[in-house]
Design a protein around this ligand. Structure first.
Ligand code: GLA
Length: 372
């Protein structure tokens, strides 16, 4: 904040990887994500007028300047809409300067937008003494993304960015946002989770996400259940004639994925990583064949990882690009990265990026001078 004054509050929030439980957060399902070590930091300072200034360390020349009265949902703009949306959804009524340092890789399906929203929300909560708890912050950041930015996302990304703890995956019940920490210590078993960023950029606003969400909602309505959470496999198969082909396939993914999460939790507790790998791969197959949100690059990453000894692999996040994960013996990581890079090269795909990350802490206040 060189030409800006010193911040009153600094807050940070991480991106996430979802171990399993994909495209079921909006169906009131269970998901099992964890926070990654990459974080976004927000430095905040109160102003004495009703202006809002936002800038980012990554784009120092572009300062966004507006005022509280100009906040308008679904307006035009760029990444700053995620920040403005949170100011709007938290009903902030005093001016503020915010500087962002975004270190979660963009467009990689690692939830850089949730990290941004949650860092800002936790910072504003502290700066203005709002006393909102993490569950309330999760709902308000989701509201910012849904109603201000216009992206119809579920509740998973914001919840894990806020509620995660290091060393554990977070079992989140998306119906009431209750959480259980499931110890997730791969290193002790000489394993790592390799994240393969296909560099194919996806945007949830593009329509495929909303369309599938709509399929699940209309299928639930036709079968007389509130959501996929209340649907059994038997009920689904008995109702097949009521549904369109798409509705049936999307619903079959949701029902089987919710069951896979429950199984994965038990396998993680039992440290049965071989079987866990199998379940992770089954999730990919369901996302590829029933939910139809994979793409050639994600399938190439998964197939190559499995062909080179991964215990399991799958696409993560919204799909149509972004990242895949592979559960891999630590000694095999380097060879696996080369094999995947080679496979991408021969297929003519953009060179992928690789990350590994241990389960890390959720959002936190890093500095608090708000009382000064
Ligand atoms: C995106 C959304 C989440 C979730 C995943 C798919 O990341 O933001 O709410 O629906 O896709 O599991």
């Amino acid at each position: 904040m060189s030409d800006w004054l010193e911040p009153h509050v600094i807050a940070s929030a991480p991106g996430r990887v979802n171990l399993i439980g994909e495209h079921i957060d909006f169906s009131q399902g269970f998901v099992l994500p964890f926070a990654i070590a990459d974080r976004t930091t927000a430095k905040l300072r109160k102003r004495s007028d009703d202006h809002i200034r936002i800038r980012s360390v990554q784009r120092p020349d572009a300062v966004v300047s507006t005022s509280l009265s100009e906040l308008k949902p679904l307006g035009s703009g760029d990444w700053e809409r995620y920040v403005l949306g949170v100011i709007w959804s938290l009903k902030i009524d005093e001016g503020v300067d915010i500087e962002i340092d975004g270190r979660v890789p963009l467009g990689a399906g690692l939830s850089s937008s949730a990290a941004l929203e949650c860092a800002v929300a936790v910072g504003l909560n502290q700066l203005f003494d709002l006393n909102l708890n993490k569950k309330e912050l999760a709902l308000l950041t989701q509201k910012a993304e849904n109603d201000y930015v216009g992206v119809p996302c579920g509740i998973m990304d914001q919840s894990v960015s806020l509620m995660a703890e290091s060393g554990s995956a977070l079992l989140l019940d998306c119906r009431d946002l209750t959480t259980t920490l499931i110890p997730f210590d791969l290193a002790a078993s000489d394993l790592e989770l390799l994240v393969i960023d296909t560099q194919v950029h996806h945007a949830l606003v593009d329509g495929g996400y909303a369309e599938r969400r709509g399929n699940c909602e209309s299928a639930a309505q036709k079968m007389g259940v509130v959501s996929m959470r209340d649907l059994s496999s038997q009920h689904l198969h008995e109702s097949k004639d009521l549904l369109t082909d798409h509705e049936f396939l999307r619903a079959r993914h949701a029902v089987t994925e919710i069951a896979r999460v429950a199984t994965a939790v038990e396998l993680l507790k039992a440290k049965d990583f071989v079987e866990l790998g199998r379940i992770i791969t089954a999730s990919h197959n369901s996302l590829r064949d029933d939910y139809e949100v994979s793409c050639p690059e994600l399938n190439c990453a998964v197939d190559t990882a499995l062909a080179h000894g991964a215990l399991g692999a799958r696409m993560v996040g919204g799909g149509f690009g972004g990242s895949a994960i592979a559960l891999v013996a630590r000694d095999h990581i380097a060879a696996m990265q080369s094999a995947i890079a080679r496979a991408f090269d021969s297929a003519g795909f953009t060179t992928p990026r690789f990350f590994t990350s241990l389960p890390s802490d959720g959002a936190r206040v890093e500095l608090d001078h708000s009382a000064i």
